[in-house]
Write a protein that binds this ligand. Structure first.
Ligand code: GDP
Length: 455
């Protein structure tokens, strides 16, 4: 389907034991033949697929490195095309030279995600599986990687395709029944149709319900730590990140910049920002921090509101609850090792969840972790089940649920089957856009533009 032979460095661009240059396309093996000289008699273009050859890479007659060349033949390769993968020594200089040699021999530089895009265009994977490749590359933990691997294995595609198939079956039957009244076409069982539409909708709703908790596990949650000066935000940040990143002092207003860190809490990844205490300040340096903090709070999905249990609540504390209105929030009543002087009941009434801890006690992370897992619904998250991986997939699924609901309403209110069919057709469209079977070029381009070169 795609023309042209492309090449790119597929391993990270830094010093390493091995670097891989991937070449894919009709002429991949002849490009490999002209830059790779095996120690044995047969060149890459002369061996069957799934062969590894040992030899040297040459650039304009000069040996550059020792290497292994893996040969894959269409359609049995990642892209579905002929592929040569040259594994040389890692390191910026060597891998770039091998790539240059491949380009001089007739390959063109691969665009970001072009190998995976070709795999998609050649029917090796569908769009949701291509997105799973990207999730797998950027996975930050075991569960994220598991979920991505299951998606790559087709868990989501199978679920969506089955749902679409049920609808397609009914649509075809209705269309035939409506269009050819004289033929002997089996009558439509309305109850059966309704039941199937509802079952498909249930399945899709289940996927939508799991989306938020799934994202918390795989992509992480934008989280902000807020609280008045000296309540223990930096200490908490350090506890969670396990390092002395924030500056901890007994003086108010020490945290002026926003310290960002990605931390794993139970099975959730938090993209965590420790902000300067949000309050009005005359100090110009500090006011920059305060401005940043307000902006950061605006875009956060989860707010950890830290309060000092050894002091009475102030108006500033109360204002924080107002600022976090509409967000997921956990009130952290800190410094429980000191005598309590705060109003616990007030705090419990204002935040979604509340946890009491002492940030100087290393065991405190555990209770916060449980609280976060409960709030985000990730406590019993099953990463082996089908899961929507990103906003694009979620929007397609939501569209399918919405149009199916319209169809179900139409059927229940006794409208014509034509009307029901139109709704089901839109639902099928949305599902096939999810898997990429009916995705427009712009959608496909958008998906692959987020990849890195070499993938
Ligand atoms: P921030 O201004 O909110 O970032 O507060 P810091 O993390 O800098 O903490 C202010 C002071 O409170 C420091 O002296 C910390 O050691 C202390 N502190 C923080 N958490 C606790 C706690 O749980 N118990 C006690 N006793 N002191 C704490």
């Amino acid at each position: 389907m795609s023309t042209g032979t492309i090449a790119a460095i597929s391993t990270p661009q830094s010093a390493g034991g091995i670097g891989i240059i991937r070449i894919s396309g009709e002429n991949a093996l002849s490009v490999a033949d002209s830059i790779f000289m095996p120690v044995g008699e047969k060149k890459p273009g002369e061996v069957p697929g799934y062969h590894a050859l040992y030899g040297k890479v040459y650039d304009e007659g000069q040996p550059i490195d020792e290497a292994v060349c893996l040969v894959f033949r269409a359609p049995h390769s990642y892209t579905g095309e002929n592929v040569a993968e040259i594994s040389c020594h890692g390191g910026l200089y060597i891998t770039k030279r091998v790539l240059q040699a491949a380009l001089k021999a007739g390959a063109v530089p691969a665009q970001p995600g072009e190998f995976t895009k070709r795999a998609f265009l050649n029917g090796k994977i569908d769009l949701s599986e291509a997105e799973a490749v990207m999730s797998l590359i950027s996975a930050k933990g075991e569960q994220a990687a598991n979920a991505a691997l299951n998606a790559l294995d087709g868990a989501l595609s199978r679920e969506i395709s089955q749902a679409a198939q049920v609808l397609v079956g009914h649509c075809a039957h209705i269309a035939a029944w409506v269009d050819y009244p004289d033929e002997e076409i089996e009558d439509i069982e309305l109850q059966n149709l309704l039941q199937d539409m509802k079952a498909v909708r249930e399945k899709l709703r289940f996927l939508l319900d799991r989306f938020d908790s799934g994202r918390a596990v795989t992509e992480g949650v934008d989280t902000v730590i807020v609280g008045r000066p000296n309540v223990g935000k930096s200490t908490l940040m350090n506890l969670l990140s396990g390092s002395e990143r924030s500056i901890v002092t007994g003086y108010e207003g020490t945290t002026r910049d926003i310290v960002e860190e990605t931390v794993r809490l139970g099975n959730v990844v938090l993209r965590l920002a420790d902000t300067a205490g949000i309050r009005d300040t005359e100090n110009p340096v500090e006011s920059i921090g305060v401005e940043l903090a307000k902006k950061r709070l605006d875009r956060a999905e989860l707010a950890l509101i830290v309060l000092d249990s050894s002091r009475p609540l102030t108006d500033g504390d109360k204002a924080l609850f107002d600022a976090c209105e509409g967000k997921r929030s956990i009130a952290i009543i800190n410094k429980t090792d000191l005598p309590c002087a705060t109003d616990r009941e007030y705090i419990r009434g204002r935040a979604e969840r509340c946890v009491e801890l002492s940030a100087i006690d290393p065991n405190s992370a555990e209770s916060l972790s449980r609280c976060v897992e409960e709030l985000l619904g990730t406590a019993d998250f099953d990463s082996s089940a089908a899961m929507l991986a990103n906003e694009r997939q979620r929007a397609c699924c939501a569209k399918a649920v919405q149009t199916l609901t319209e169809g179900i309403d139409a059927l229940e209110s006794g409208m014509t089957l034509d009307a029901v069919n139109v709704c089901m057709d839109s639902a099928i469209d949305a599902l096939l856009e999810l898997t990429g079977q009916r995705a427009g070029e712009a959608v496909v381009d958008e998906v692959f533009s987020r990849f890195c070169v070499g993938k």
